[in-house]
Each structure stands twice: as structure tokens, then as C-alpha cells.
Design a protein around this ligand. Sequence first.
Ligand code: F6P
Length: 544
Amino acid sequence: MTANGAGGEGIAQAIRELRELRRGEGPFDLRQAFDEDPARAADFSAEAAGLFLDYSKNLVSRAAWTALLALPERVGLRAEIGAMFRGERINRTEDRPVLHVALRAPREARIEIDGRNVVPDVHAVLDRMAVFADAVRGGDWKGFTGRPVRQVVNLGIGGSDLGPAMAVEALRPWSERRLGVHFVSNVDGTHLAETLRPLDPEETLFVVVSKTFSTQETLTNAESARAWCLARLKDPAAVARHFVAVSTHVERVRAFGIDPANMFGFWDWVGGRYSLGSAVGLPLMIAIGPSRFREMLGGFHAMDRHFAEAPSEGNLPVILALLGFWYNNVLGAQSQAVLPYDQYLARFPAYLQQADMESNGKSVDRRGRRVAYQTGPVLWGEPGTNGQHAFYQLLHQGTKLVPADFIGFCRSQNPLGDHHAKLMANFFAQTEALAFGRTEEEVAAEGVAPDLVRHRTFEGNRPTNTILAEALTPAVLGALIALYEHKIFTQGVLWNIHSFDQWGVELGKKLAGRILPELTSDAPLAHDASTNALIARFRASRAP
Ligand code: F6P
């Protein structure tokens, strides 16, 4: 029986065994591990879909790694991967398949849901998107007054914002520079107002993206955007030239006033945070063009195949998942840093935050019982080298264990003087410094005053993964995203939780719905004393 086949007790038992193994080994020291094992760097590295992963600088002995590598089989990972790729309804609490892998399957592939091959549907939407994207890029899609579109504004939030926003930034070198692509997500009117301030309605296209087409923030922004547009263009018929929708919900799109002919559909088996490869990627396709978009899907697919086929010991998503599990469940780390050394990946940590924390921030197992172990970590990060001058102090000398993924590229898209060499010198230096530190003896030998030696010592032994690729191309970005998607999936299997629902976002939405009318009335308040007092203060400050 698999660990999770045993109902989750199996994984708790596996954690106890791993902790026992760890205790039995005594302190683990990276310096010593590298000194004693010349093959460590070569053996603790793997490569797939254009990504090279060096995981040798982790606090894992060969014995511990062997024990970790037994986990996928214990939890039945192969069968779980098969169930996802076959379109089984693995999102049980919402009774849906989870098939983002179908979004990047080649045309000739066959993936069925209830006997229907969904791959032709996927490609039919991609083909429609391509025609539309080319029309916008080529200036053939005209606004209501006959002027070509110059500005594209994405209105969406969460998975309907973070993926395309991250990817438009990441793939800027391939973008059509004639077009501005903007993202408005926050219901704070400032976001929309400041974005629209320099734009001209006559040459602005809004892409309203919402899987459910019921999300308060997105619909509020879309209504205000429509009012902004019509204030200039006067005629409601202008909406058809300036608004398109991306959604699974045709009736709500129609009710909003967008012609379903201008809607790009996707399906309930695509989770919001896994939707970049669907029509949600439309603003990205407009920015970089259909063929680059397809290259990105090719990168996703290459990693999908790798995940489905490679044995655990060489399987990049599985390796990252097992290491994360080790820190989270055996060594007690609370967070995971992701540190891209590429300015184009500035939004990558924010994107991964939703992917990881909305998926694995759960505290009941698949049978609805409170888990007896830690699940998803707090994920955070910023691009290097900026982070070095901000929070790296804590990474190097703080009291917390923070495993970190460093992501870098051999070639820059902007080879400017020696910038890239300097960037990458920092990239390599940081993981070296974190792993091997500087001992008191070494610091003293440098002539540092005795009372400063302790302050200037680096314990080292701080774990990192290094992900190195040739260049940040569309295909490499696709592979990178899929790497983390499948890492998250694998960890969800290890923790025996449901990774593809997000019930935890509901209560706040519901309470906001109750509070909204209270802000503009003087009816008695029936919340807790703190919330009552805060709302009363807000009301008082806005009283005429
Ligand atoms: O509130 C969370 C969430 O449901 C995310 O899972 C989702 O990506 C986001 O809201 C936006 O949802 P929609 O695309 O339906 O507007």
C-alpha cells in the first residue's frame, strides 16, 4: 500500500523515519560533504527541457537523498501523475479534471475527458487567438473611430493577471514594441485610474479576463473601463471594438455587454493559477506573437513529458519537490525563496506565490482530516542583485533556515558592457558564500580585529538550488513554469492534500460582500467589537 493509500498516516510515518535518519547522522556540513565526496556536484545535478539544475548545495547526505527518493513510490506518485494526465477528476472538491497539460499538448495528441478528445478544442482557441493577436499586432484591428490599437489593458486578478503580467515582462525582448500592454488587477481605483491616465480610449483595447466572470475586482474595473471608454466614444456600439473577454462563462460575458464573438473560451478543467497556456495568455500572445507563444507552449510541453516520463532520480520537478519536503517537514523551514537573477523575471516570485500558496496552503488532507505535518511553505523572492542589498543579510547570518532557488542565464538579452558578467559573478558568489561561508579562523587570518571576528563570520551551510539555462527564451520560460507547477503537484501528493481547489479565499469575499453596504449606511453593526469599531471609524471619517 502507498503511504497515502494508507490515508496520510503513511507520510507522517515517512517524516518520522526521515527525522530519525537525520538525527542519527549528526550535524551535516556542506564543506565536509564536498571535501569527502568529489562526485557530489556531478551526481547531484540533472538537466531537462533546457534547464540545468545543480542541487548539490543542499543539506542532504547521500543516505538521506536515497531515503527521499523512495518517497514518490511510497505515495504512488506515478499513478497520480497518470491520473492527472489522463484527465481523471482529481480536483475532487470541485469535481473536475486538472488538465493544464492539455493546453500545451501538440495538435496530434489525444487527451480525453469523458470520452471527448479536448486537444482539438484547445487548438481551435489557440488558432482564433492567433488570428486576433495578429490583427492587433498588425494594426488591422481598428478601434471604433478607425484608429489602430496601440494600448492593450488586461483586466483580471489572481490567475487572470499574474501569469500574463509575469510573462509579458519576462518575454519583453520578443514583444511588439509599438504596443503598450498594461495590467490592472486591484479593485483600488488608483490602479485603473493611473493606468488609464496617459491612454487614449480611441486606441485602447481592454481584455477582460475572468474564468468565472463573477470576480468583484475584475467586473468593477471592467465597468469603470467601459464608462471611461464611452465617455469619449459616446456610442455603446464602441464596446465591441474596444472590449474582448476571456472566460469559461459565455452567458455572463454576454450579460456584461461583450459580444460572445469577441470572447476566447477556456474550460473548468484549467485552474486559474495554471491558465497561462490558455486564452488567459491572450495579452501575452498579442505582445510576442503567435509563433513565440507556441514556442513557450513547446517548453511547457517538454517539461510535461519529462515530468511524466523521467525516473525520480533525474526528474527535475520531483527533485525540487523532495528537497522542499525535506526542509519543510524534516528540518522545519517555514519559507522558500525564489531568486531570479534576471530583471525580466521580476514578477516570477509573485506569480509562483499564487501557484504554490493557493495550491498547497491547506491544512486538511484529502479525507478532510487535520494534517499532522506541515504543508506548503511561504514562498517569496525578488530578483538579484537587488535582494542582495536588502534581505540577503538574513539569508547569510540570520537565525532562520531559508532554502533558496537561484535562477540564472548564461546569456543576457541585453549584452551591455560587462553587466551580465557582473550579474552572474554575483549569482555564483552568493550560492558559494551561502554554502561554505567563512570560518572564524579564516576571518581572523584576514587580520580582522578579534572583537569583530564573530560578527564577520559566516556559518555557511545554507541551502540553495541553482537553475541555470542558456537564455530566457519563450521555450525556457515555459519549461521553468511547468517545472514549478509539477513540483507543486508532487508536493501536494506527498502531503496528501487537494492542490487544485482554493476554498480558503471564500470567507473573506463573503464577509466583504456583507460589509460593503454597511459602509454607506448607518444601520447597527453586528460584527465583533474590533470590526464594528473600525467600520464605525471609517463611516465617521466619511460623514458629510
Ligand atoms: O480568489 C481567488 C481566485 O479564485 C483565483 O483562484 C483566481 O485565479 C482569481 O480568483 C480570479 O478568478 P477569475 O479568473 O474567475 O476572475
